[in-house]
Design a protein. Sequence first.
Length: 171
Amino acid sequence: MAKLLSYNIVRFIALVILQVFLFKNIGYYNLATPFPYILIILLLPVGIPNFILYFLAFVTGITIDAFYDTLGVNAAACVALAWGRIMFLRITLQTDHYENYMTPSWGTVPFRWYFLYVFVLTLFHHAVLFMMETFTFHQFHYTIIRILLSCIFTVITILLFSLLFYRKKQR
């Protein structure tokens, strides 16, 4: 359990530093911006209590907001992501097959499930993030394009991180 806690602390620090100093400056004409910091929330253990999950999601989002000067938009999107994660795991994952401390990563679950998990929750996070950021329907098509392109860019980045830290099947 202490090993899992230390992994998550190191993951939090590393992903926040990468997001703030590297991925904040990467973008494609303000259309596609990667947000791989959401991997902090996606890789938390399956059996984590909901209150702790919401708290960690809020802390993650407010930390990113502090560096981006976005006044709580990332915090709200991360809390929405935590809610979406709870719903997704409740619908798709049979918890009797997995331990409570298992992290849903590429080596512990089938790739198809992991890809769907990352894609759906990234799309949900980005939809909340960009809709709250613009908070208007004036250029709705532009916002939808930003959501889709940023989602694709983020999913590719997350899959590359997952491939980089891939371990053989642990099931």
